[in-house]
Design a protein around this ligand. Sequence first.
Ligand code: NAG
Ligand code: NAG
Length: 244
Amino acid sequence: MKLSVFWCSLCIFISGYHVSASQGVTKDHIWEKMQWVRETAIPGVVPVQGGPLNVTLGLGLTTIRDVDIDRGEVEITAMRTVQWRDFSLSWLGKFSENIVSGINMNVNDLWSPDIVAYNAVHAPELLSPPLVHVSPDGSIMYVPHERIRFNCNLVNLETPGGANCTIKYGSWTYNGFLLHLQAANIHGFSLNDYMGDSRFEIMETYVEAETIYYPCCAEPYPDVKFTLNFRKKTSSESWIGWKK
Ligand SMILES: *[C@@H]1O[C@H](CO)[C@@H](O)[C@H](O)[C@H]1NC(C)=O
Ligand SMILES: *[C@@H]1O[C@H](CO)[C@@H](O)[C@H](O)[C@H]1NC(C)=O
């Protein structure tokens, strides 16, 4: 019933072939485009065109794996949707037919934004294949499913108002003159793929895009903060949850 980011991205992945297949696409048609993108892409160079590259970031929660109140750490799994456009990779008008509606490539075959969670306590574990989807117009979508552990103040977790846990994402090496980070939606975490958890209640999610200027430097540093407002259910509530 719920059309999620994951399924949506998956159906975009799949429809790339399905739509084309009904129109007589062949392996060669796909291969030509992959070859073309591979030869045109310059993995180390950010595809700016006179202004900052817009990179859109979304986060879809799938599970809350672990909560450590004493250490102030939360571990979740989430699908991070990263979208940008490299006009130089558009193959529109480059071939005699236009029946391939997208190709899937290894993320290392082209440039991708170095977005990291600043308050992560270790490197995220990638749970999905390292593939990006490239559309004919050069739009690129990368949806890594990741396990991530991050710092967050949990002292209010067992209060009715719950705790606010924020993950702050930004580029590791590009400032705002080169990379402009934007939030994919105004609601914060997407919960379409959330598995539910009898231990916790998610009350609200927020997202905030901000730009920080440091005293040293003229450049802006954009980041996007996703906040989960959640609380631990009381033991009687979670018992009911388990029985359901
Ligand atoms: C990037 O996004 C801003 C809006 O936030 C828009 O004004 C600008 O035209 C976009 N740039 C490109 C290259 O699409
Ligand atoms: C959580 O964040 C929201 C929005 O900023 C705020 O209204 C709320 O009071 C915060 N709750 C706690 C427990 O900090």
